[in-house]
Ligand binder design. Structure first.
Ligand SMILES: Cc1cc2nc3c(=O)[nH]c(=O)nc-3n(C[C@H](O)[C@H](O)[C@H](O)COP(=O)(O)OP(=O)(O)OC[C@H]3O[C@@H](n4cnc5c(N)ncnc54)[C@H](O)[C@@H]3O)c2cc1C
Length: 487
């Protein structure tokens, strides 16, 4: 990196420019939501669960919009939120470096501004893709520079109603119960569910297999025969990591006859898609998501090459798994291509949003309306299980009740995670449109808090008594009028 600038002073200069921009825009806006208490306890305006990228963007947008009685909780330690430096095993992001991500329309808050401030414009030009650890460092800075109210090592373990409020149970660095008027679930890719695990693995001892999002001790796979299910990005990243740490062999077991090669939705990415998808008729939403699911997203080229450059890697296509069992200390995998033997298997089988594996949602889950509760109709296209389980959300990502009146707090719980995709488009998960999603979310929360407090806002209007005119700006000439010059 030539023309390297002094990192710290570059960053300080950027922070100063950001502060000036915020001041020019009068941000954060003044606080405007009336305070509330419940049985003597303070009540939050909004609690955000999850301080990954979506949780940070949502929290920032709330605070900038004058809703500052907010807190975000994350179960992970500070700096370890989300997948980036935990189970993400790629070298760089797939996303192009130039995306604005969570910058909320503020140029000085972009990754590019952060990077260039420290390493200069030339280094920016020569940067290909963003290293994943550097993306995490940027998110840490984002949180710090905006002084966001995030508390780490706190897990939300339960949600219930407390009158019209939402009561949350917390464990970890903060314990007990907190009350909030609105709840944002920025809980990530497995937003409402957990790992998707194929039936054929459910009875197999966990010492023989891991999910790609598990913590895996790759050094223990040195010299072992490893199988990886799937042909997506995570399959490649896990296969490459196993190969690089000395696995004897790695086979990718791929059900499809051909590798998916075209990244369809990225190909048509536009502001039209970002803002228009939500407004489309449901049949069109279904058609887009169904088509993308059937064509599948290919793994990035660099990740695929990272695997194929190893002579002991094999891509086994048209190789569906029929059954898996452990026998004599090894895994016997019956596939459509015959019987295969391995020491360990990694299931890069993705995530589900069906509420399984998320005890914290157990109290509200039965009441949440999903697309299977009448929003989907067969004319839309083939019924896909994962899509049918998608929550049927309102305009600000709020849940709806399956039966009206059974769980009214759902209207105040906002599903700002991957599970919102079928209803809202991809604005609450990936980097490209997270700012647009946070904006949509916070506009909705703003409007609903204002409406709920309308009595108090009207009372403030009536009570407001600071004169703008002092009474000395004019003279009342009425008494001087006489009949002749009256109009
Ligand atoms: C391996 C991998 C690679 C990816 N690469 C890219 C990429 O290159 N580009 C891209 O755009 N997207 C990528 N993604 C998608 C990525 O998940 C999102 O872009 C990003 O992480 C979304 O942020 P998020 O805040 O929704 O979720 P996350 O970053 O996953 O954050 C969710 C947070 O919620 C917390 N949480 C969950 N439940 C609770 C609870 N009950 N209590 C307290 N805290 C809780 C978790 O600890 C976590 O920190 C990738 C995903 C994976 C899995």
């Amino acid at each position: 990196m030539s023309a390297q600038v002094d990192n710290r002073s570059g960053l300080e200069a950027l922070e100063k420019r950001l502060a000036e921009d915020l001041s020019l825009l009068e941000l954060p806006a003044k606080s405007w939501v009336p305070e509330r208490t419940y049985e003597g306890a303070a009540v939050r305006d909004v609690v955000v669960i999850g301080a990954g990228m979506c949780g940070l963007a949502a929290t920032a947008r709330l605070v900038l919009g004058g809703i500052n009685n907010v807190v975000a909780y994350d179960a992970a330690p500070a700096g370890l939120e989300g997948p980036w430096v935990t189970f993400a095993r790629m070298e760089t992001l797939r996303s192009p470096k130039s995306l604005h991500g969570p910058a909320l329309g503020l140029p000085q808050l972009t990754f590019r501004a952060w990077f260039t401030a420290q390493w200069g414009a030339e280094a920016w030009e020569s940067l290909d893709k963003i290293p994943k650890n550097q993306w995490m460092e940027y998110l840490v800075w984002y949180r710090q520079v905006l002084d966001l109210p995030v508390r780490n090592n706190v897990r939300m373990t339960g949600i219930r109603a407390a009158g019209s409020l939402i009561a949350l149970d917390l464990e970890g660095a903060e314990t007990g119960r907190v009350y909030t008027r609105r709840l944002v679930l920025a809980t990530g890719r497995s937003g409402l569910g957990g790992f998707a695990v194929p039936d054929f693995l459910k009875e197999v001892d966990r010492q023989y297999w891991a999910h790609s999002a598990d913590e895996v001790d790759f050094s223990s796979l040195a010299g072992k025969r490893v199988a990886v299910i799937g042909a997506g990005a995570s399959s490649m990243d896990n296969a490459a990591t196993a190969l690089e740490t000395g696995a004897a062999s790695v086979d990718l077991l791929i059900r499809r006859k051909e590798m998916p090669r075209i990244n369809k939705m990225t190909g048509i990415g536009s502001q039209g898609v970002v803002h228009g998808m939500y407004q489309l008729p449901d049949a069109w939403k279904w058609k887009f998501v169904d088509y993308t699911a059937s064509t599948q997203t290919p793994p990035p080229r660099a990740s695929t090459l990272r695997v194929s450059r190893h002579a002991n890697a094999r891509f086994l296509l048209d190789c569906g798994i029929v059954a898996v069992k452990e026998q004599g200390g090894e895994l016997l995998i019956e596939t459509t291509q015959g019987l295969l033997r391995y020491d360990f298997l990694i299931a890069a089988t993705g995530f589900t949003n069906d509420f399984d594996g998320r005890p914290e949602f157990a109290a509200i889950a039965p009441f949440i309306r999903s697309w299977s509760d009448g929003r989907y109709t067969p004319e839309m296209g083939a019924a896909r299980e994962g899509m049918l389980a998608s929550p049927d959300l309102g305009p600000a990502f709020e849940f709806r009740e399956r039966e009206p009146g059974t769980c009214p707090i759902l209207a105040h719980i906002h599903c700002f995670n991957d599970a919102a995709m079928l209803t809202h488009g991809k604005v609450s998960g990936d980097i490209p449109a997270v700012s647009a999603g946070a904006d949509r979310l916070v506009r909705g929360i703003t409007a609903s808090l204002f409406a709920e407090d309308v009595d108090s806002h009207f009372a403030n209007l009536v009570a407001y008594s600071t004169p703008e005119l002092q009474g000395d700006e004019w003279v009342d000439s009425t008494p001087l009028l006489n009949k002749d010059n009256a109009l």
